[in-house]
Design a protein around this ligand. Structure first.
Ligand code: GUN
Length: 285
């Protein structure tokens, strides 16, 4: 079994992004800028936003966080997004999810300019991904593809079983795999017999937030395991969706969680923000 080390690859990508940011500054005087919208007090969201901000600092991307109270109105957030869309110092806009119940999430995501949509959640970019066209791709599934490619794991013709059908992870993950010529199944909460599907998989990609959902009896030997889940146990330890101890004895490759896909999500946010800044710099010429 070999570990797919997201932390190591993230460091490598950060070195490249840092060099590219420097080059962009030298060539056109532009500093890539990311605006993050954080609503409410969810500790996990605040921690993720903090990690994203620190990563921006490390590579020389300017970032600003709009930290808003839990009871903020829809209109107030919309106003900030509209301002960020017009702000030439901002290349990327990220709305940290989930949002409080009174907020219409879809309406906000639709308001972000597709050119600044570094999370790839706007319908325009979802459409580009589905059609196999260039656009912004959600950071977590994009990070999984980079990690697979770093370890020369070719998905072409492989049976890939994606467990979880969210708009953020499962659906874009399936589209990326399909675009790379994999055979793709998506399993979800209503799937009848999950094990029947995972036993047939060459690659299992799971991101649902259920501790120990994937056990060693559910996979065939030498499967590649991508654990996208992150949960906290009662004892406060961070773990994924896979019974790592037992599954790791049977599989060929596995991502640890934490330390696998999580760092890749942040690396891809940096890379998407750089991509947006490069496009904007080109258009300013
Ligand atoms: N919440 C959980 N994952 C994500 C993500 O990738 N992007 C945003 N904006 N919010 C999230």
């Amino acid at each position: 079994m070999q570990l797919l080390d997201g932390r190591a690859l993230c460091k490598k990508i950060e070195v490249q992004v840092t060099a590219d940011v420097k080059m962009l500054k030298k060539k056109c005087g532009c500093t890539p800028g990311l605006a993050v919208i954080l609503v409410g007090q969810d500790p996990a969201s605040a921690a993720y936003v903090n990690m994203k901000k620190k990563a921006c600092d490390r590579v020389g991307i300017y970032s600003i966080t709009h930290d808003m109270p839990e009871n903020i109105s829809q209109k107030a957030i919309e106003k900030i997004i509209k301002n960020m869309n017009k702000d030439s110092t901002i290349d990327g806009i990220l709305i940290q999810l989930p949002l409080p119940k009174q907020i219409d999430e879809r309406k906000l995501l639709d308001l972000v300019s597709p050119k600044k949509d570094v999370d790839g959640f706007h319908p325009f970019n979802i459409g580009c991904l589905t059609a196999g066209l260039d656009g912004f791709v959600p950071c977590t599934p994009l990070g999984v593809m980079k990690l697979l490619s770093e370890y020369n794991i070719d998905v072409k013709g492989k049976n890939c079983v994606v467990v979880g059908a969210s708009n953020i992870v499962g659906k874009p993950m399936a589209s990326l795999l399909l675009n790379a010529n994999a055979t793709v199944e998506i399993c979800h909460i209503f799937t009848d017999d999950l094990k029947k599907h995972t036993l047939n998989a060459d690659i299992v990609l799971v991101g649902v937030g259920i501790i120990n959902l994937i056990t060693e009896d559910m996979i065939k030997p030498d499967t590649v395991i991508i654990d996208i889940g992150v949960s906290r146990t009662k004892e406060g330890k961070l773990v994924g969706d896979v019974d790592f101890l037992n599954v790791s004895k049977k599989c060929s490759y596995i991502t640890p969680s934490p330390g696998g896909v999580g760092p890749m999500t942040i690396a891809m946010l940096l890379s998407n923000t750089l991509k947006a800044a490069k496009i904007n710099a080109q258009e300013k010429k």
